[in-house]
Design a binder for this molecule. Structure first.
Ligand SMILES: CCCCCCCCCCCCC/C=C/[C@@H](O)[C@H](COP(=O)(O)O)NC(=O)CCCCC
Ligand SMILES: Nc1ncnc2c1ncn2[C@@H]1O[C@H](COP(=O)(O)OP(=O)(O)O)[C@@H](O)[C@H]1O
Ligand SMILES: [Ca+2]
Length: 475
């Protein structure tokens, strides 16, 4: 069903709201209350383009009718059409704002850019500004969630992770399933998650929407877009450690996170500073990686694998610069195509990236390729595997003391190299090194739609109109 107005065709699914009179919403609401007019607000794709996906803006069309009666009929029918046409449009949302995420602008972003759009769309929201870490997670685990269609987080990947843990935990509790059992088939979460980006990396938003833009994300929420997402569970023995969707990284990414936590005051820049320091400290770590390939056809009786828990895992052992597992591309503004550009959001698999120990310039080349369109896997010391599960352990020749010791991380000043790294799990440090990871297909749903056709990507990651490097358009 389409609304046609001389040159503009708007799918009803992309109508944001209908108001009587001549109405403006952003930057400030103004209403000229005329009898025969009404205003339709809709999703308008911005022509200025963006670094990956398309920017969405609030479009506005004014209609004039011959009579008030006709005007009222139009507005009534349009509002009914919105409800029946898009059943996933939320009516009521629970919103958590992390006031300390990213550049600490979460509250302002929500109140000035997002709340007016929710109001226009007739969405009622219950807003909680968090006062401590894990408040959102605990709320979702314990409080009454009746009447809410979805949960929105205003913050970064860490804040999204809180919502993820709260909703997955709550769903399993209600289904009577034990999250500590690594073999259990987890129940998908009924509530949708919306992300208003206001963090440092904002990778989950970028990889599922294609831009870091609060208005675009708010519009995806309003029209009830739905994007399923794979989730990786991380266990140690028979205890759940955490869930991950973007980056589960040992070695380089673990060290960068541990180092960056000391410099939180720098805001998002902490990752650039810590990345440089950790790169210069030139570390590699011993480890054993066992993985279950996603495609069973890939295994054969001669593939030198051994059987664990009745399933066939492939075994590799050695020294690694980094071991990373991601359920999605994990693209972000720093890396516009991501850690694994061809990874799928909802195919029930993850991509395991093994970067073997190599000389510092080789590793720099690998890292640098994340910022361009060059294939970061086309290097002799890099392997990538599509997997269903991964086990990581430390070599048996490491003493128990080395295995247990909390790794210390210093910059260039210290010549002592720690025997082990830490795991970066979507921006949180895991307390265990030896872990079992399993991918659960489509465990949660986001108010998003993946990267839209027609989105533009430059190999420098800059916006179309800002690209100064003669980059080629690759998509
Ligand atoms: C010579 C140039 C080197 C550039 C290297 C760029 C590599 C970028 C890969 C980024 C992958 C990001 C995966 C996302 C991880 C986030 O979940 C996590 C937490 O985010 P937030 O809550 O918003 O703080 N972010 C990180 O762990 C930061 C990794 C940065 C590594 C340089
Ligand atoms: N009120 C709060 N005070 C301190 N920490 C918080 C608060 N609310 C949430 N957090 C925590 O802050 C961490 C980082 O949040 P996030 O929004 O991801 O920002 P960033 O992207 O800058 O890391 C998350 O792990 C979250 O649990
Ligand atoms: Ca996947």
């Amino acid at each position: 069903m389409y609304l046609s107005v001389i040159k503009v065709s708007v799918p009803v699914a992309e109508v944001v709201g209908v108001e009587e009179g001549r109405v403006e919403i952003l930057p400030r609401k103004s209403v000229e209350d005329t009898d025969k007019d009404f205003t339709v607000f809709y999703v308008k794709r911005s022509s200025s383009g963006s670094s990956y996906g398309l920017l969405w803006r609030l479009g506005r069309i004014q209609f004039s009718c011959p009579s008030r009666v006709l005007r009222d009929q139009w507005t009534k029918h349009l509002r009914t059409a919105l409800k029946t046409h898009s059943p996933l449009r939320p009516n009521r949302l629970l919103v958590f704002i992390n006031p300390f995420g990213g550049k600490k602008k979460g509250r302002k972003i929500y109140h000035s850019l997002v709340a007016p759009l929710f109001e226009l769309a007739g969405i009622s929201s219950h807003v909680i500004v968090t006062e401590r870490a894990n408040q959102a997670r605990d709320h979702l685990l314990k409080k009454d969630l009746k009447g809410f269609d979805g949960v929105v987080c205003v913050g970064g990947d860490g804040m999204f992770s809180e919502i993820l843990h709260g909703l997955i935990g709550r769903t399993q509790q209600e289904a009577g399933l034990s999250e500590n059992d690594p073999t259990v088939a987890l129940q998908p979460c009924p509530l949708h998650i919306g992300i208003i980006p206001a963090g440092s990396t904002d990778c989950v938003c970028y990889a599922t929407v294609g831009v870091i833009d609060p208005v675009t994300s708010a519009l995806h929420i309003i029209i009830g877009d739905s994007q399923p997402l794979d989730v990786c569970s991380v266990h140690q023995a028979s205890a759940l450690m955490r869930y991950s969707v973007s980056l589960l990284g040992y070695g380089f990414y673990g060290d960068v996170l541990a180092e960056s936590e000391k410099h939180r005051w720098m805001g998002p820049l902490r990752y650039d500073y810590s990345g440089t320091m950790v790169y210069l400290s030139n570390r590699s770590y011993a480890g054993i990686v066992q993985y279950l390939p996603a495609d069973p056809l890939l295994s054969s009786p001669r593939d030198r694998t051994r059987c664990l828990s009745g399933r066939v895992y492939t075994h590799v052992e050695g020294r690694f610069r980094c071991v990373s597992l991601t359920c999605m591309s994990s693209s972000c503004p720093k890396s516009p195509l991501g850690l694994s550009p061809s990874a799928h959001l909802a195919d029930g698999t993850g991509d395991l990236i093994l970067v073997w120990d190599t000389h510092p310039l080789g590793f720099l080349k690998f890292l640098y390729r994340h910022t361009s369109t060059q294939d970061q896997f086309d290097l002799p010391f890099v392997e990538v595997h599509r997997v269903k599960a991964v086990r990581f352990s430390l070599p048996s020749e490491m003493t128990n003391e080395q295995k247990m010791a909390t790794p210390f991380l210093c910059g260039l000043c210290c010549s002592k190299v720690p025997a082990k790294s830490v795991w970066n799990c979507d921006g949180e440090i895991l307390s265990s090194t030896e872990i079992l990871c399993r991918i659960h297909g489509q465990l949660v749903r986001l108010y998003a739609r993946g990267i839209e056709e027609g989105a533009a990507v430059h190999n420098c990651g800059k916006e179309n109109d800002k690209c100064q490097m003669g980059c080629t358009l690759i998509k």
